[in-house]
Design a protein around this ligand. Structure first.
Ligand code: NAG
Ligand code: NAG
Ligand code: NAG
Length: 387
C-alpha cells in the first residue's frame, strides 16, 4: 500500500511528504523536548464547564477585587472549628453518615496492598457512565498484578425515583462490587461529603494503598500513563505526595450567581491555598488518614477541591506540580491518539465517546504520535491526489 503510493507520487506529493517529515520533527520537539524545558503545554483544549467562571484568578482579576497576587496569604484560622488534634492511634470512624452500601473487604482481598485506588464521584442515574468506565480506564486489567481498586462514590437520591434507583444501584453493586454509598443527600453542595467518604474509606479500610486518585464520572483518565509514567511502580512509594492540576493563587468567587460562589461567611479569606482541580487529583495513600483526621478540625466548605486544599494547607503540605502542566486537564483536550497517550485527564466525556476514544487509543497507543501523523498524511494525500 504505502510502497505503491510512494512510487506513483507526483512531485507535489513528494514535497508534501518531506514537509510532513519536517512536521514530525517539529512535532516531536514540541511534544517531548519543549514541554520538559518550559513546563508549558503546547496544546490547549477549550475549557469545559469547570474551567469557565469557577474561580477568579487573583492575577487576572486583581483589579476587580482590589487585590494583587501574593499580597495576602490564605487566612485559614477562621476555618478551624476544633483545634483538638485527633491522636494518630485513635480509630478512624465511618464519618458522620452511615454506609448504605460498603465494600469493607475489597482491599484485603488482594495479597498485597493495592497500588492505586480510584475514587470516582458519580450519581445513581449515571449507570451508562459507570459501565463505560468499567470497560475502559477503570478496568482492573489495566494493572492486574499491581492491585487496582475502583470505587464509585454515591449519596442517596430523594423521592420515588430515589427508591427505584436505589434498587437498581443495589443490584449493580452485587454484580460489580465497586460501589460505596452513605446516607446523605446526593447534591452538588454535598460533594465534599462524598469525597470525604472516599478518603475515609481509604483511611479505614485500605490505609496501606500506595496511591489514590479522586476523579469524576465524565472524565477520560489515562490510567496506564498515570501508573507507569507518573507513579512508577518500580520506584519507592512517595509520602505526603499530592498532585493534579494545581490551582495556585486563586481567590474565592464572590458572584452570587456563579456555581462556584463562595460566601464570605464560609470563607472569609481573599485567597485560597493551592489546591488541585477536583476533576482529577492523585495522592499517596498515607495522606488519606492525615486529610481525614485534619478535616475534623475544619469547617465544611462545599467546594470539595478547595476543601481538600485547605486540609493540606493545615497539614503544611504543598501540592507537587505535575512534571508537565498539560498532564491534568480540567477542560476537554481535542482527541488525537498522540495527545491522549501523553496526558492523564481530559474533561467532559459522554460514555459513548469514552468507549470510542479509549478503543482507538488502545489500538494506536504504540507509536501513537507517528500513527496520528500517518493518518493525517494519508488523509491529505488522498485529498490532494483526487483529480
Ligand atoms: C474536637 O475533636 C475531638 C477529637 O477529634 C473530638 O473528640 C471532639 O468531639 C471535637 N469537638 C467538637 C466540638 O467537634
Ligand atoms: C476488562 O478488560 C478485559 C481484558 O481486556 C476484558 O476481558 C473485560 O471484559 C473488561 N471488563 C469489562 C467490565 O469490560
Ligand atoms: C447534605 O446531606 C444531608 C444529609 O442527607 C442533608 O441533610 C443536607 O440537606 C444535604 N445538604 C445539601 C446542601 O444538599
Amino acid at each position: 500500500m504505502q510502497w505503491r503510493r510512494r512510487h506513483c507520487c507526483t512531485q507535489a506529493a513528494k514535497v508534501l511528504y518531506l514537509l510532513s517529515l519536517l512536521g514530525l520533527l517539529i512535532f516531536l520537539v514540541h511534544q517531548v523536548w519543549l514541554p520538559q524545558l518550559t513546563g508549558l503545554p503546547w496544546w490547549r483544549g477549550h475549557p469545559v464547564v469547570y474551567g469557565g467562571d469557577k474561580l477568579q484568578s487573583t492575577k487576572a482579576k486583581s483589579n476587580t477585587i482590589g487585590l494583587s497576587p501574593l499580597q495576602e496569604e490564605p487566612a485559614l484560622d477562621a476555618l478551624i472549628i476544633n483545634s483538638t488534634r485527633t491522636q494518630p492511634q485513635e480509630l478512624v470512624t465511618d464519618g458522620p453518615f452511615a454506609y448504605i452500601i460498603n465494600e469493607p473487604d475489597k482491599c484485603s482481598e488482594g495479597t498485597i496492598p493495592p497500588f492505586l485506588i480510584l475514587l470516582i464521584a458519580t450519581e445513581a442515574r449515571q449507570v451508562e457512565a459507570r459501565n463505560a468506565i468499567r470497560q475502559t480506564w477503570g478496568n482492573e486489567s489495566v494493572a492486574p498484578a499491581l492491585g487496582f481498586i475502583r470505587l464509585f462514590l454515591l449519596g442517596k437520591t430523594a423521592g420515588e425515583l430515589g427508591l427505584v434507583q436505589q434498587k437498581m444501584l443495589e443490584s449493580e453493586s452485587r454484580r460489580y462490587h465497586d460501589i460505596i454509598q452513605q446516607d446523605f443527600l446526593d447534591s452538588y453542595k454535598n460533594l465534599t461529603v462524598k469525597t470525604m467518604m472516599g478518603i475515609n474509606w481509604v483511611a479505614k479500610h485500605c490505609p496501606n494503598a500506595a496511591y489514590v486518585m479522586k476523579t469524576d464520572s465524565d472524565m477520560f483518565v489515562n490510567t496506564e500513563y498515570l501508573i507507569h509514567k507518573l507513579l512508577r511502580p518500580d520506584q519507592e512509594r512517595r509520602k505526603n505526595y499530592f498532585t493534579g492540576n494545581n490551582m495556585r493563587g486563586f481567590a474565592p468567587n464572590r458572584n452570587k450567581n456563579s456555581k462556584w460562589y463562595m460566601p464570605p461567611e464560609s470563607y472569609p479569606g481573599n485567597k485560597y491555598p493551592t489546591f488541585c482541580s477536583g476533576t482529577g487529583y492523585v495522592f499517596s495513600g498515607d495522606l488519606a488518614c492525615k486529610i481525614y483526621r485534619v478535616s475534623q478540625q475544619i469547617r465544611y466548605l462545599h467546594l470539595e477541591d478547595v476543601y481538600v486544599g485547605v486540609c493540606l494547607a493545615q497539614l503544611g503540605i504543598e501540592p507537587t506540580p505535575p512534571p508537565n502542566e498539560f498532564l491534568f486537564n480540567h477542560w476537554r483536550v481535542s482527541y488525537s491518539s498522540c495527545k491522549y497517550s501523553h496526558l492523564i485527564t481530559s474533561h467532559g466525556f459522554h460514555p459513548n465517546e469514552l468507549l470510542k476514544y479509549w478503543h482507538h487509543l488502545q489500538s494506536n497507543k504504540h507509536n501513537a504520535c507517528i500513527n496520528a501523523l500517518k493518518e493525517r498524511m494519508s488523509r491529505t494525500h488522498s485529498h490532494r491526489l483526487r483529480p
